[in-house]
Design a protein around this ligand. Structure first.
Ligand code: F6R
Length: 259
């Protein structure tokens, strides 16, 4: 795990965009996209680079991490809609190359299995962008999710319902069920980029990075992955015990190593 503490959320977004740009420039690739507030500045940065003509996504495919059960794709708060509004409709992904889970599927288990098969058929995710919930979830793998889980239905915790009420009105208005890639699925991506900004994420970041690997903090499973970049701002880093070491290490990193 490489922990990179940057001064501002803008620095986090630019660094994440640099990593994604490098991948996209190498040729056809598969991106794993998170929704929610955290990656918005990164998506804006990538959109700006596309608009000035320096970057194209026409050879990229994308897979979303999760979707609310019971929301049609056209619902403004479905993750299908939000990723289109926040990113994919503003750049040049080819038709049919952005994939998401169907939260309206009659057979949710079948939908989950099909999604796994589609990711596998694409050759697997090259770079997976991840946010982190205040309860330590990644995707919607809530505490006590199996560390080896695959795409499936999950029930959101009270904490996540409250955190996401800002998009729906009240916690009760937030769909209680979701389809989410599992922790085992996410771990198969070749490079994981975990992004976090702001003090509200500090405790979850500390548990994920410096705590034991435990289902209580699902993001802690990333410690077992061979290539994880944790990009966080000062506020999100504020509960880390070994901040100085991470900063010193990143400062001395040979330029040729990249992220
Ligand atoms: C969204 C997702 C979630 C969010 C997390 C943080 O696709 O998978 O894990 O990344 O809930 O949400 P924000 O970024 O809104 O704080």
């Amino acid at each position: 795990m490489e922990i990179i503490i940057l001064p501002t959320p803008g620095d986090v977004a630019r660094t994440a965009a640099d990593v994604i740009e490098q991948q996209v420039r190498r040729g056809p690739c598969v991106l794993g996209l998170a929704t929610g507030s955290t990656p918005l500045v990164t998506y804006k940065e990538l959109t700006d680079r596309y608009r000035v003509g320096s970057l194209s996504f026409r050879h990229a495919q994308a897979f979303l991490l999760d979707e609310y059960v019971g929301l049609p794709a056209a619902h403004p708060q479905s993750y299908h809609s939000t990723i289109r509004d926040d990113f994919t409709d503003s750049v040049d992904f080819g038709a049919g190359s952005v994939h998401g889970l169907n939260g309206m599927a009659e057979d949710l288990e079948g939908e989950a299995a099909q999604y796994e098969a589609l990711i596998a058929a694409s050759g697997g995710v090259d770079i997976q962008i991840l946010g982190i919930g205040t309860d330590g979830h990644v995707g919607f793998n809530e505490p006590m999710s199996s560390l080896g889980s695959r795409t499936r239905i999950k029930t959101l915790t009270r904490q996540t319902l409250e955190d996401n009420a800002r998009f729906f009105g009240t916690p009760e208005d937030v769909p209680h069920h979701v389809l989410t890639q599992g922790l085992g699925t996410i771990r198969e991506a070749r490079h994981l980029l975990l992004l976090a900004m702001g003090g509200a994420k500090a405790e979850a970041v500390a548990a994920a990075v410096e705590g034991p690997v435990a289902a209580l903090c699902p993001a802690s499973v990333l410690q077992l992955h061979p290539h994880v970049s944790v990009l966080i701002d000062e506020a999100a880093a504020s509960r880390l015990a070994h901040r100085e070491y991470y900063t010193d290490t990143f400062g001395r990193k040979p330029a040729w190593q990249g992220l």
